[in-house]
Design a protein around this ligand. Structure first.
Ligand code: AMP
Ligand code: ZN
Length: 120
């Protein structure tokens, strides 16, 4: 599949391009942050790179600048949304056992409640 075809089919490429609606709360030149459609906590935001990378286990994800941009955005969102002090959880789901359902790299930012450990 060409890059253009991927971008047309991938929901998160479409969100990054603005052709699929989302509630965006963060954006910079590298990443976008938007609210999850099916939130698992009072704060549940997904941070994605603008460019298509299929997951954290893809070779293109092992790019220090890209990962730093995602973590910086997640931490800024946590501060702006008021959970930096109370705490939050950052999650990358990888593959079937972890329940990954969208194959465009995304970092979950969850906060606003107490989380259990180990995770379910
Ligand atoms: P994962 O299981 O890690 O692949 O998570 C994918 C997440 O994307 C789930 O939490 C979904 O609720 C969320 N999601 C899927 N489609 C959309 C969408 N169009 N807008 C916002 N969140 C979405
Ligand atoms: Zn994509």
């Amino acid at each position: 599949m060409s890059e253009a075809e991927t971008a047309q089919r991938c929901p998160f490429c479409r969100i990054a391009a603005g052709t699929l609606p989302s509630e965006q709360i963060y954006h910079d030149e590298t990443v976008v942050g938007f609210r999850d459609l099916n939130p698992q906590a009072p704060l549940h935001v997904l941070v994605i790179p603008r460019r298509h990378v299929r997951g954290i286990n893809a070779p293109e994800a092992e790019d220090g600048a890209l990962l730093a941009a995602m973590v910086r955005a997640a931490n800024q969102i946590a501060r702006e949304q008021g959970v930096a002090e109370s705490g939050y959880r950052l999650v990358w789901n990888v593959g079937p056992d972890a329940g990954q359902s969208v194959f465009h790299l995304h970092l979950h930012v969850l906060g606003g409640r107490q989380f259990g450990w180990p995770p379910g």
